[in-house]
Write a protein that binds this ligand. Structure first.
Ligand SMILES: [Zn+2]
Length: 332
């Protein structure tokens, strides 16, 4: 009786038994639709909101209506992390309901929309292009891509800031930074399920992206941080996992092991490229992804520098700045 298809079906059935509805909403990103979850109950809880777009909002409204729920009925909103496909509609939902929002302190700071933050974010990314050895002509084209940051600033409020190791709404809270600084697991040990956001995904690599540091802190080594978080969540009892993209799954340990082993292979590939003389993040990214379209430059650079930094932390590479450009070589 226990074919893989039947097992997949039973996860869906168990979610239904738990009163959880999966609502996939469209995104224009390569990752595909984003998962929003409705936790039925009194009051109903929404996990993530989807992207800020009319299409996404209309679909969310109609899917909630199938369960007799309108925006003003929502009592709580859980935000798994501060990426716009997961929380783009948060401001809109907050204007249309009295739902209390629960999230990470970093998401709370994102909501304090500072009119200058778009400008300083853009400057950070432009500086990074130089530091990573991107040629001037490409930097010129990439510049305009970063203008969008200004338009995305939107204010919202996090009413209840969750704490690592704490509890909220009956969940154990675990911070698992890496994919973003604010990734948070909400673990319901009693009912045997966890809200995992983009920390663990089965359908795509949750690549940690380069990001602007807060205040005077050094730039985070996102991939190093992400792997530490994966090792942490590997030891937790997560039960059924509700991810930010793709199908819900059980057995997070084997999913994490697959992510780690794919990363190990890529690190070996990057080490070989450095041995062949590719010494900057840009040159490594060009060899990993020769035909990468410009809008994906940021992702390519994030992956390249992530593995270069990981190899450095592991003692296999050493880095230095030459004329402001970050370069790597095999450590002596
Ligand atoms: Zn996502």
């Amino acid at each position: 009786m226990s074919t893989p298809a039947a097992t997949g079906q039973s996860i869906q059935d168990r979610l239904r038994d738990l009163g959880i509805e999966l609502i996939p909403l469209p995104t224009p990103f390569p990752v595909g639709p984003v998962n929003v979850f409705l936790l039925k109950g009194d009051p109903p809880v929404l996990v993530d909101t989807g992207l800020k777009s009319e299409e996404s909002q209309r679909l969310l409204e109609s899917r909630l209506a199938e369960h007799g729920i309108a925006f003003p009925d929502l009592g709580r909103i859980i935000v798994t992390h501060g990426h716009r496909d997961h929380m783009g509609l948060l401001g809109e939902l907050q204007r249309n309901s009295r739902a209390k929002t629960y999230s990470h302190p970093h998401v709370a700071r994102q909501g304090e929309a500072d009119p200058d933050s778009g400008v300083s974010r853009k400057q950070f990314y432009v500086d990074i292009l130089f530091e990573f050895g991107v040629p001037d002509e490409i930097t010129g084209q990439a510049n305009s891509l970063y203008d969008r940051f200004r338009m995305l600033a939107e204010s919202f409020v996090v009413d209840e800031i969750v704490e690592d190791g704490g509890r909220a709404l009956g969940y154990d809270i675990h911070f698992v930074p890496g994919h973003s600084p604010s990734d948070t697991l909400f673990v319901d040990t009693q009912r045997g399920f966890s809200i995992v956001g983009d920390h663990i995904l089965t359908n795509t690599n949750p690549n940690p992206l380069l990001r602007r540091p807060e205040g005077e802190q050094p730039r985070a080594k996102s991939l190093v941080e992400y792997r530490e978080s994966l090792h942490k969540s590997r030891k937790l009892d997560l039960g059924h996992c509700l991810p930010g993209h793709g199908e819900p799954f059980d057995d997070h340990v084997s999913v994490i092991d697959r992510i780690l082993s794919r990363q190990d292979k890529r690190s070996e590939q990057v080490l070989t490229l450095v041995r062949e003389g590719e010494n900057t993040p840009y040159r490594v990214s060009k060899r990993l992804f020769p035909d990468l379209p410009l809008p994906n430059l940021h992702m390519g650079l994030s992956i390249a520098v992530g593995h270069l930094e990981l190899l450095e932390v592991e003692g296999q590479l050493a880095s230095a700045h030459h004329g402001g450009i970050l370069s790597f070589e095999k450590s002596a």
